[in-house]
Design a protein around this ligand. Structure first.
Ligand SMILES: [Zn+2]
Length: 339
């Protein structure tokens, strides 16, 4: 059931929420934010104005923004959170996120957790999925011979929309093959597209430095581990999975004053991008919880909650859907579809 924006607006209005909001008092939406738009550097993403509108909406409607640390601690202790709790996370640790989003969270005194792929900070590393995007963005070629398992075909990409769609397809395909195969494939694409891949992340993939992260760490802004090199964990060996998870947590502990002991899986689809093996490693590393990217609420009063695969919603870029996820409405929809 898809609701129109007008219907959402009515159903999330003050008088309706007054009656129905208690329905979702035992669940918390945790939002996952990606990159922030920075036109001068050619970066597409969320807009700062929309984030401000979202936080203003929460403030005016008596929502409380809590941190991921508080959510996981409440799950463990059983203590209550404020009845209209909402949480925010930012994945990866790019400079645009620090520059554009963090000042907004700070000025609204709204907690947010940034998850860092720590080789970005340590070596200005950039992962194959970003190299893939870069190669297609910067090539002068308009077609490429591709074989994704159904025989070789020529694929044309005349405009930036075609390119974006193709990059999405290629990214999804390569998330399901061993990490070194994906890395080699992206190297081969870039050669055939005649794009040089810089060794260190170029400007549009600039990560925040450890120094910047330390200066940003505050009562409201916290940092947590998100692997070292941002691979799909299900596609690396046992040894590498351990190194990625434990290594990133160690880097956070070395560099930050008060890192959040909650892990965040790259790409984050349970059963596809990570599984039982990864959850075990995270647990053994002494981390108290972990976040997936599967859509859904965190349930506070559930008996067998899996602390190592907590769900998140992608931050919607329109207010209607943001209101829907914050309010009782999405929860009611979720419950109805479970029946
Ligand atoms: Zn990520």
């Amino acid at each position: 059931m898809m609701l129109s924006k007008a219907a959402i607006s009515l159903l999330t209005s003050g008088p309706v929420c007054k009656v129905l909001q208690p329905l979702r008092k035992n669940v918390v939406p945790v939002f996952l934010l990606h990159r922030f738009a920075d036109e001068s550097r050619g970066i597409k993403g969320h807009s700062q104005a929309h984030l401000e509108a979202a936080l203003t909406y929460l403030k005016r409607n008596d929502y409380t923004v809590v941190s991921v640390r508080q959510v996981v601690e409440a799950l463990i202790s059983g203590d209550a959170l404020p009845p209209k709790a909402v949480a925010f996370t930012l994945d990866d640790g790019f400079y645009d996120q620090a520059k554009t989003a963090l000042p907004v969270f700070e000025s609204y005194q709204a907690p947010v957790t940034l998850f860092l792929a720590t080789d970005m900070q340590d070596h200005r590393y950039w992962s194959w999925d970003y190299k893939l995007e870069y190669a297609f963005k910067h090539t002068r070629h308009q077609s490429l011979e591709l074989d994704l398992g159904n025989g070789a075909t020529y694929v044309a990409f005349a405009n930036s929309e075609d390119k974006r769609n193709l990059v999405r397809t290629l990214r999804n395909h390569h998330k399901r093959v061993p990490n070194e195969v994906a890395e080699a494939a992206i190297e081969s694409f870039s050669k055939r597209l005649e794009v040089d891949l810089p060794k260190a992340a170029p400007d549009e993939y600039q990560p925040i430095s450890w120094e910047q992260a330390r200066s940003l760490e505050s009562r409201f802004i916290e940092f947590g581990p998100h692997t070292q090199r941002h691979p799909i964990l299900a596609q690396v060996s046992d040894e590498e999975a351990k190194k990625e998870i434990i290594g990133s947590w160690n880097a956070l502990q070395t560099n930050m004053a008060n890192p959040v002991p909650v892990f965040c899986y790259p790409s984050g689809r349970e059963g596809i991008d990570f599984g039982v093996r990864e959850q075990e490693i995270v647990k053994q590393a002494g981390l108290i919880g972990a976040l997936s990217a599967d859509p859904g609420y965190v349930r506070l009063k559930e008996a067998n909650n899996n602390l190592y695969a907590l769900k998140r919603f992608s931050f919607p870029d329109d207010m209607a859907h943001f209101k829907q996820y914050c309010s009782w409405l999405e929860y009611a929809k979720e419950r109805m579809s479970r029946r």
